[in-house]
Design a binder for this molecule. Sequence first.
Ligand SMILES: [Zn+2]
Length: 377
Amino acid sequence: MATFELVAECRETGARAGVLHTAHGDIKTPVFMPVGTQATVKGLTQRDLAEDLDVRVLLANTYHLFLRPGHEAIRRMGGLHRFMSWPRAILTDSGGYQVFSLSGLRKITDDGVTFQSHLNGDRHVFTPESTVDVQLALGSDIMMVLDECPEYPVSHEYARESMERTVAWARTGYAHYRRRTAETAAAQSLFPIVQGSMFPDLRRACTEQLVALEADGYAVGGLSVGEPRPLSLEMVEATGPILPRERPRYAMGVGMPEELPEYVARGIDMMDCVLPSRNARNGYLFTTQGRVIIKHTRYKEDQRPVDEHCGCYTCRNHSRAYLRHLYQAGEILYAALATRHNLTRYLDIMRQIRHAIVLGQFPKYLKAVRAVPVEVE
Ligand SMILES: [Zn+2]
């Protein structure tokens, strides 16, 4: 079971520093969790992640692992930690988000969601109970309940109906989880997910009902679905005062580097996003001075590292010119080096945020990072 310990709180904002204790090690929060969709962070080895980047927790996607190689196969291989040889913590999503992105290939009822595999068209059903069973088989430290993530925008009427379904699924999923873990004494936690689209009243109503489950932690979902960014932050603000102070809070699928401190300022302890790895592969590198678009001709003979203030392997050994060359040539090494740098940047931001909170200097830090331009000048 994941337990949370608050270490420091900012007096001016909602920022918190803490430690999340899991069966696979301690995680200092606020934390950014790299995404390992198919039980791998694309382009990096587990040794890179653990030893060089000091990643304490990874996210894996239930939908993908359910379809291939299958959760029962992973269970027979000793669980996901052993299968992928990752000794530290793992968080899995419920698979709901991926299924809901398959518009046209899925059908929602009050019992769950029927969908067709994007791989071969096979029909499957996810229910609040089955998604708990799949994640128990994977053996993740933190599991998520099945939720409905509505697209943006939707009507208040649909958002309410969808939110009520998410709450009902959370109750069903939780009851099932309690029964299953009573039999197995599994050290796995289950987090419910706050939904309610972009309506603060629905977000509050959802949070109030989920808090009654007395979960080990809570997630805020349905963000970064195309809404303007101030709205996503407002939705997090709506939940903050209702969520229990002594439990971790996870904002799912966020965000850009400049957004990380903004979520932390609103009481978020955990985040995940494909952006650092996906953008790395697409040629976008995040630095302390803004974003570097590596394909630009201006970097053709640039001997400087991607970021002079970064201590990652890529920046210690390679120039922008070399990275640009690898990118242009479509070399595999480019993805590995670029991903390593971008993830280091994200993890560095989280370490700096935590340090600032512990020292009581988070408001000053926030002011300074808000002044950094998005693109390198
Ligand atoms: Zn670097």
